[in-house]
Design a protein around this ligand. Structure first.
Ligand SMILES: C[S@@+](CC[C@H](N)C(=O)[O-])C[C@H]1O[C@@H](n2cnc3c(N)ncnc32)[C@H](O)[C@@H]1O
Length: 257
């Protein structure tokens, strides 16, 4: 029996933007043959496969995610020719199975918005990276109003979600990475388009990406009626993302006290 639940399928079906951005991020990261890579928050695995195919021969990708069901999906859909992915069911700040200074590239696409203590996770990233190794990441710049609006209407779990995300802006990310001891090579803040055919498509994506913490079924019928009147058709919004390349220096200065 498959362990893949409906939220995993929902995420897989509604993550085209993350996929497109992720492929660009792989180009920016430029993984090479023989490199050892960690994909933090690999999710359903499509980007991990693309990285793994670029590091052969000799390279390895550790695919890290705390959600066992997303990892099961990634394992189940693994292309047969890829033998160089090791799946780790853990979180960014607990990479203990990966030896110190053994990694050339830490890659992370749309994950750090979930990580509450970013400094602790970055310390662990710094531990596994070899001197001169790079962190290449992209992350949501802001939770936008409609996500907050529908979450606030969806019971206590929905309201908790609105407090869950800490999304620094570009300058704050630069400071966080500097404080964690990294040297910044690239810090971009592009404005991205988000486009949903209708309110149901938005619900589907938000339920999938929040692993079902947001439930449209928790919205009262009166609120749902009002939402449908307020958002009768296509939903389009723009928001920034942070795109960063940061290197572990050759001479360690360590995190600032
Ligand atoms: C929006 S998905 C992105 C998945 C994939 N990187 C992609 O671009 O398709 C965010 C992923 O981060 C994972 N995640 C959440 N908290 C995490 C943590 N503390 N450490 C590592 N991954 C985490 C989630 O389980 C989820 O699979």
């Amino acid at each position: 029996m498959s362990t893949v639940n409906k939220f995993v399928e929902m995420y897989a079906n509604h993550s085209a933007l993350q996929g497109t951005r992720g492929r660009k991020l792989i180009d920016l990261a430029a993984p090479e043959s023989g490199e050892h890579v960690v994909d933090i928050g690999c999710g359903t695995g499509q980007l991990t496969y693309a990285i793994a195919s670029r590091v052969v021969p000799g390279g390895v990708v550790y695919a890290v995610d705390p959600d066992p069901e997303r990892l099961a999906y990634a394992r189940a859909n693994l292309p047969a020719e890829l033998k160089n992915i090791r799946f780790l069911n853990t979180r960014a700040h607990e990479l203990g199975e990966i030896p110190e200074a053994s990694i050339d590239l830490v890659f992370s696409n749309y994950v750090f918005q979930w990580i509450e203590d970013k400094a602790v996770a970055l310390r662990e990233v710094g531990r596994v990276l070899r001197p001169g190794g790079r962190l290449v990441m992209e992350v949501v710049g802001k939770i936008i109003d409609i996500q907050n609006e529908i979450s606030m209407l969806a019971g206590e779990e929905g309201r908790t979600l609105t407090r869950r995300f800490f999304c620094p802006n570009r300058d704050e990310w630069v400071a966080i990475l500097n404080d964690a001891g990294f040297e910044i090579e690239h810090a971009d803040w592009p404005l991205l388009d988000f486009d949903y055919a209708n309110l149901d498509a938005l619900f589907e994506w938000w339920e999938g990406t929040t692993h079902g913490l947001f439930k449209r079924s928790a919205i009262s019928s009166a609120d749902m009626e009002r939402l449908r009147a307020d958002y009768p058709g296509r939903i389009f919004f723009q928001r920034n993302a942070f795109v960063g390349v940061a290197r572990r220096p050759y001479t360690l200065r360590g995190p600032h006290p």
